[in-house]
Design a protein around this ligand. Structure first.
Ligand SMILES: Cc1ncc(COP(=O)(O)O)c(C=O)c1O
Length: 391
């Protein structure tokens, strides 16, 4: 069977590949410490699970009506945007999807014509460039500088703009970078984009997971940006609901309608009882989110200081999300490796530590370590790295 050219050009998800190799080693009885996870290690809070059970008992087992999100959930999402982000959306501007991933995919499909350019800052979340390719768009990858915590400067963005630029992808807090754009940096970004017609995809999956004195600002709140921004979020990271597959997006009505049209012909939306649960999660007391945030913050501090103490390693301080993204290129010659894939293979085979090669995120000098794992596992894995690197 001949696979389509479009799909042949797609990359496999590197994050999933590492987890699979680590899982295979574990199945052989090897004690692998995995820093590969892209999901919280906490269970979904009890009151959220209970809301799903109640919805099932109440017979909410049919197709969601409408497919693009049940009205009570859309209202809860509008309340969340108002409360947490200072954003006013009407339910007609909101779509509910199969995870944040589907929302992004639908938006690329709805907006891109062949050859339209998408500015993707690197390090990037693995799926952006592949989703752009699927929509026949053209990736314009712009790499952030470590000295600027891997964030793009206004100058870099300006240079990347052409008359084919259609979308600018903003992911703050960042997976994998762990950085967060400051309010001033976002304002400067908006100043550059204001002179163009570019649409901004603001991926705000980690808006509630920020550390220390970091301030989160939703891009659509900046002057002139509301009309050109689509804001993406999900229950996945905030409420530890990755397996539930519920995401959402909000933005100008015409694009949300276009996304809903595709959804109606593809997935028919996500589970009805799951939507009831996310509605409950958004409306309930938010103490569970704060508890998880505090624990991630503690781990962020610890992992950051231990990584920076390793010879040949430098790590930007994580200010949000749950990833550290150290530059490990200073260890390559000592370890006899050439790039982040060989580095990751070596630490997995010899140190039994699973990390994700940075090349998957557009940065071959780095690797990603998730701290969505216990302090004990963090120390065990870093002890092993320390030994391997001869600290
Ligand atoms: C930056 C970013 N965007 C989107 C997603 C997709 O989230 P979901 O699991 O809700 O599809 C992820 C998940 O890893 C992410 O890290």
């Amino acid at each position: 069977m001949q696979i389509s050219e479009r799909v042949k050009a797609l990359a496999e998800s590197a994050t999933l590949a590492v987890s699979a190799k680590a899982a295979a080693m574990k199945a052989e009885g090897i004690d692998v410490v995995s820093f590969g996870a892209g999901e919280p290690d906490f269970d979904t809070p009890e009151h959220i699970k209970q809301a799903a059970k109640d919805a099932l008992d109440a017979g909410q087992t049919k197709y969601a009506k409408p497919a693009h999100g049940i009205p009570p959930l859309k209202e809860a999402i509008c309340e969340k945007f108002e409360r947490d982000n200072g954003l006013s959306y009407e339910p007609s501007q909101v779509i509910v999807t199969v995870g944040g991933k589907e929302a992004l995919h639908l938006a690329f499909q709805a907006l891109l014509d062949p050859g339209d350019e998408v500015i993707v800052p690197a390090p990037y979340w693995v799926s952006y460039p592949e989703q752009v390719k699927l929509a026949q768009g053209k990736n314009v990858i712009v790499v952030g500088d470590e000295r600027n915590d891997y964030k793009l400067t206004p100058d870099q963005i300006e240079k990347a703009l052409t008359n084919r630029s259609k979308v600018f992808v903003l992911n703050s807090p960042s997976n994998p970078g762990g950085f967060t754009y400051s309010p001033a940096e976002l304002a400067a970004t908006a100043d550059v984009l204001r002179n163009s017609d570019v649409i901004v995809f603001s991926d705000e999956m980690y808006d509630r997971l920020i550390y220390d004195d970091t301030r989160f600002v939703s891009f659509a709140t900046l002057p002139g940006m509301y009309e050109r921004t689509i804001t993406f979020n999900a229950g996945s990271k905030t409420f530890s609901m990755t397996g539930w597959r519920i995401g959402y997006a909000a933005g100008p009505e015409p694009v949300i309608k276009a996304m809903a049209k595709i959804l109606s012909q593809t997935t028919s939306g996500t589970t009805t009882f799951g939507q009831a649960a996310l509605g409950a999660a958004l409306r309930a007391d938010q103490a569970c989110v704060e508890q998880m945030r505090q624990e991630f913050q503690r781990r962020a501090h610890h992992m950051h200081s231990r990584l920076n103490a390793l010879p040949g390693v430098s790590c930007v301080k994580p200010t949000g999300a749950f990833y550290a993204f150290p530059n490990v290129s200073g260890t390559y010659s000592k370890l006899g490796v050439n790039g982040s894939v060989e580095f990751s293979a070596k630490v997995l085979e010899e140190g039994h530590v699973a990390v994700v090669p940075g090349v998957a995120f557009g940065c071959d000098s780095n690797v990603r370590l998730s701290f969505a794992t216990s302090m004990q596992q963090i120390d065990k894995g870093l002890d092993r790295l320390e030994k391997l690197l001869g600290a």
